[in-house]
Write a protein that binds this ligand. Structure first.
Ligand code: ARG
Length: 290
């Protein structure tokens, strides 16, 4: 039997939008009732991951660190190794010590084998900017907004895997996971205007046209590219009908969740989670079945 996918999530009790480090964040629009909605949204996402066969580890909330609810930014994890993140913005740098102790505890339990640090001066915001492509067996890595270009070589050295660099062109799509989502069937859902012309050439060179699914501006702004994919299942924020049609035509089953409170911070399903059990030798069940 295949092992159950294991995810990290964070208790949202201390979530809010009280600073602005991306254009989606509007501290003046935040209302106390958004916290209650966030708790419901987070619990619904957790239940959806469990219903899809996943198990969820939960990080405790920490007052003063509202963006701790986005553990995709904690580390890059593959083959039991965790490369801990270093954040660009001072507002999030306090999360580094918290996530270090989380990973130290996971290591003590044998969930994680090894913890690795980035070289000095290198910024890298975890799996938000380094997405493992199960079918191709490589990392797609974003840089230029949060993570620095030097993070590409650091990821390559740490994991000994191919890393394809994609430079991000827009402050609205500041992490790769907001605009790029490789799917288990080999397709990639992506939002072209988020990339530099050079990055678009790389994407179009590497991924045949038949496997490229372009998100519209509306679909990207709904944070639907920021999705969790498990086989033929996709868990994401509420999706426009146009996107549902594109994905269902390819055989994917969508679970939509109202993640509006988290979208107020510029994040959704993928970045509210971190996969802990990815291995470089696994291949997607969808492809393996062919
Ligand atoms: N407010 C957070 C930030 O700007 C949102 C992070 C969302 N994470 C992600 N991987 N897209 O850092």
């Amino acid at each position: 039997m295949a092992p159950r996918p294991r995810f990290l999530m964070t208790d949202p009790s201390c979530f809010d939008v009280c600073y602005q480090i991306n254009p989606w964040m509007a501290p003046t629009a935040w209302r106390p009732e958004h916290l209650a909605a966030a708790k419901t949204a987070s619990a619904t996402l957790k239940a959806a991951l469990q219903a899809a066969g996943g198990q969820v580890e939960t990080v405790g909330a920490v007052r003063g660190l509202p963006d701790l609810v986005f553990p995709a930014n904690a580390a890059v994890v593959l083959d039991g190794k965790a490369l801990l993140a270093r954040f660009r913005h001072p507002e999030r740098q306090g999360e580094e010590a918290v996530f270090r102790s989380v990973f130290t505890r996971l290591q003590a339990r044998g969930v994680i084998g090894e913890i690795v640090d980035l070289p000095d001066g290198v910024l890298q915001e975890g799996a938000g900017d380094a997405i493992w492509d199960l079918g191709r067996g490589l990392f797609w890595a974003g840089h230029g907004q949060r993570s620095t270009r030097a993070s590409i070589a650091a990821i390559r050295r740490t994991f000994g895997q191919e890393v394809v660099a994609l430079e991000l062109a827009s402050d609205r799509f500041y992490h790769l996971d907001t605009c790029f989502c490789p799917l288990a069937g080999g397709e990639v859902l992506y939002y072209p205007p988020a990339f530099t012309p050079e990055a678009l050439v790389v994407i179009r060179d590497r991924i045949p046209a038949a496997q490229r699914i372009e998100a519209s501006a509306q679909e990207a702004a709904a944070f639907c590219v920021n999705a969790v994919n498990l086989g033929d299942q996709l868990i994401m924020a509420r999706a426009p009908a146009s996107l549902r049609a594109k994905l269902e035509a390819r055989g994917y089953r969508l679970t939509q969740i109202d993640l509006d409170p988290f979208i107020l911070s510029g994040g959704a399903a993928y970045c509210m989670t971190l996969r802990l059990d990815r291995t470089s030798d696994a291949r997607p069940a969808i492809l393996a079945a062919e």
